[in-house]
Design a protein. Structure first.
Length: 283
């Protein structure tokens, strides 16, 4: 049995299939953990959703910001961006069952000694609290008022967690932390505009994993979302970065699609990469 963590696919199904062939993946024996942003920007989001949903429990998938965006577009709450490539999903005869499968994916996973999220974990959250809060969003996604949840999900405020938050504001902060965050202050105020390397942190902000006293610091955390960071970290061969493993290595931008085959102990892994053609121009 082999366990693989895989970074952002963003609609790049052909590299995914090459990666699976390169490791001789067997759904009866092995398990994939996909770290979100399954769709969008790449050429074959429909193929990705069909491939992963067909794998059943052998593919454990997180939701990223692009996946939630697809659900928002489907419900008429978001207009497609000029660089979005999800129309093939919306036009497909199996669109509804695929999107129903998508809304039942998870927001965080804590298994095999790893915490897995798409973007980040606020420094004030323990692993247990992260999982509990992720469960609140999952319940809303799977509930009868999906459109209502999606409509209230968008926005940058509140930008900071408070235990007293309730309703739409509470869920919005959870979603933003788990699917959008890169930088935050020492007390957990998030910033969403900056997308560059760790050296581009706005004044007063840190990469979320560098905040002193982060409650998940003792647990290896795997995440995607941050392609500049993932590409630099994997290329340098530096291993874990502050006990985190960034696995978005820019597949859709002409980088690599990267999988981490987990070792027998938490924090142990071996990287497997396949080169990808650039299918989306930056900007």
């Amino acid at each position: 049995m082999a366990l693989y963590l895989i970074g952002d696919l963003q609609g790049c199904n052909e590299p995914l299939q090459r990666l699976l062939r390169s490791v001789d993946f067997s759904p009866s024996r092995d398990t994939l953990y996909l770290l979100g942003d399954l769709v969008n920007r790449g050429p074959d989001s429909l193929g990705v959703l069909r491939s992963l949903s067909a794998l059943g429990d052998a593919a454990q998938c997180l939701l990223g910001n692009h996946d939630l965006n697809l659900l928002g577009i489907r419900h008429g709450l978001r207009k497609p961006h000029r660089s979005d490539t999800v129309q093939q999903v919306l036009d497909a005869p199996d669109c509804e069952p695929l999107l129903d499968w998508l809304r039942h994916r998870r927001m965080a996973i804590h298994e095999h000694g790893w915490l897995m999220v798409h973007a980040g974990v606020l420094p004030q959250w323990s692993a247990a609290q992260t999982m509990a809060l992720a469960g609140e969003v999952e319940q809303a996604l799977r509930g009868p008022d999906l459109a209502g949840f999606l409509k209230a999900m968008y926005g940058n405020t509140p930008d900071q967690w408070q235990d007293t938050l309730a309703g739409a504001e509470r869920l919005r902060v959870i979603v933003n932390a788990l699917t959008r965050m890169r930088f935050c202050t020492a007390d957990g105020a998030m910033e969403f505009a900056t997308t560059g390397s760790t050296q581009t942190a706005p004044r007063g902000y840190l990469p979320w994993f560098e905040v002193p006293g982060r409650k998940t610091a003792g647990l290896p955390v795997a995440f995607g979302h941050w392609s500049t960071l993932g590409a630099e970290t994997v290329a340098s061969g530096s291993g874990l970065l502050a006990n985190t493993l960034p696995l978005d290595t820019g597949c859709v931008w002409g980088g690599c699609l990267t999988a981490a085959r987990l070792g027998s102990k938490p924090g142990q892994f071996e990287l497997i990469r396949v080169q990808c053609p650039q299918v989306q121009a930056p900007g």
